[in-house]
Ligand binder design. Structure first.
Ligand code: EPU
Length: 423
């Protein structure tokens, strides 16, 4: 098991590039199941979760590989022979997003057997809305032996009104509806840029999806889809994390490929805290102020403030002047970084789904433990500011969603390294 060891106190400077978006790559890799032939995706981040999705596709009989050398950002997926439309427990338990194969499998092969994802560290995370949507398209769904079994000779277009806004639920049902017979109207959809990106890929394949990025998506089913070649959009959460790295270290960093239109809510909060954020050279520059100000944050669905940036902004608030109230409205248990931030000297009180953060003068380095992906990023950010050495263990959480973060931060001047730890 690796750990990250860093010494705080160096203002970060320079330029850094954002990798492809994890949460776009996962559904997009699953969408390859919809077409016969070889699909090519570029700008695919090299992450543990992407490896898991490729493994899920391989267990079914697809060829799913990352290329090497100059093409190491490219994954090719081919469906040539027979497919076993099944995602086993051993893989799904390591990544809930494996459920994204359910929609494409039932649409294309008429049946699917996918292990039910359990809860995870940040919440219970049910999939009832995915199943509701597939049933509305005529799939018969049974839950047996911990598996979701879905069957439909031919899905039929239908009305889907989600009771809860769900990102992967919207994506799963969208991937099913593209091959359904007739028209599907999906209401109360997630509006995240990753949903829009998936629709872009599906339309390139020959699907007829309209309205992705808004809350109503309309899909005219088509008979078949073709393989495509597509480069995945940059990761807005990685970009946001790097902007916060500049802010918390008192630095000045250009985050290349960061797309301002995907980061409105994050940019607003960074500006409110005193940072100067400017669009520059196809990216965003963050210049930290002399002294950061506290801001309040409420997480909501896109285009609101993303839950995936809550832990990182909380790290920033621990050293900002004043008191910040942070409300988490998407997941019921996404404050696990708080006890670890306490170990670095932060003053945070949790009341239900709200955290009250009183800015302190300084943090001091300590040994801390990552508990989930974004929590691990927040601990590294706090470590960039802390006096002395911080050691973050259980960094396999970090590796699920950040491509070589420590190397990127080192390129900006941070004193940070990865150390192999004995299990
Ligand atoms: N929900 C239900 N029923 C459902 C689906 C969701 O009640 O059928 C609830 C969830 O329990 C949660 C809320 O709806 O309270 C939103 O969950 P959503 O389904 O939108 O989350 P997700 O699709 O499982 C994706 C991202 C997460 C991100 C959330 C919210 C992917 C692969 N994952 O998860 O990313 O936090 O949307 O924006 O796209 C991360 O990258 O760190 C991460 C956790």
């Amino acid at each position: 098991m690796d750990k990250i060891v860093l010494k705080g106190g160096t203002p970060l400077h320079g330029e850094v590039e954002v990798s492809g978006a994890k949460n776009a790559a996962l559904p997009i890799l699953a969408s390859a199941l919809l077409a016969e032939g070889t699909t090519t995706f570029r700008n695919v981040p090299d992450l543990a979760d992407v490896k898991t999705m490729l493994a899920v596709l391989r267990t079914m009989g697809c060829e799913a590989e990352r290329l090497t050398g100059k093409k190491a950002d490219t994954c090719e997926i081919s469906i040539t022979g027979d497919i076993t439309p099944e995602a086993p427990y051993d893989l799904v338990k390591t990544m809930r997003a494996s459920i994204l194969v359910l929609g494409p499998l039932v649409a294309r092969f008429g049946r699917a057997r996918v292990s039910m994802p359990g809860g995870c560290a940040i919440g219970a995370r049910p999939i009832d809305q995915h199943l509701k949507g597939l049933k509305a398209l005529g799939a018969e769904i049974h839950l047996t032996e911990g598996y979701v079994e879905a069957r439909a000779k031919q899905l039929k277009g239908g009305m889907v009104n989600f009771d809860v806004i769900t990102v992967t639920g919207t994506e799963n049902v969208m991937m099913a509806a593209v091959l359904a017979k007739g028209r599907t109207v999906m209401e109360n959809c997630a509006r995240e840029p990753e949903v829009e990106e998936l629709a872009r890929v599906l339309n390139k394949m020959g699907a007829k999806v309209e309205g992705a990025g808004s809350s109503v998506i309309t899909i005219e089913g088509v008979e078949s889809l073709n393989p495509v070649d597509h480069a995945i959009l940059p990761d807005r959460i990685e970009a946001g994390t790097l902007l916060v790295a500049a802010a918390i270290s008192g630095g000045n960093v250009l985050v290349k490929h960061a797309r301002p239109e995907h980061l409105d809510a994050v940019i607003d909060k960074l500006r409110e805290s005193g940072c100067t954020i400017t669009a520059e050279g196809g990216g965003l520059r963050c210049k930290a102020p002399r002294s950061l100000k506290s801001v309040n944050i409420t997480t909501t669905e896109h285009p609101g403030f993303p839950t995936d940036m809550q832990a990182q902004l909380m790290a920033l608030m621990t050293v900002s002047h004043g008191t910040s109230v942070i409300s988490e409205n998407i997941f019921e248990n996404r404050f696990m970084h708080v006890p670890e931030l306490h170990r670095l000297g932060a003053d945070i009180t949790i009341q239900g789904h709200t955290a009250v953060v009183k800015g302190v003068k300084g943090l001091s380095g300590a040994q801390v433990m990552a508990t989930d992906l974004r929590a691990s990023a927040s601990l590294i950010l706090a470590g960039l500011r802390a006096e002395g050495q911080t050691e973050v263990s259980r960094v396999y959480h970090l590796d699920r969603g950040y491509e070589r973060l420590e190397r990127k931060l080192r390129g900006l001047g941070a004193d940070i390294r990865r150390v192999k730890e004995r299990a």
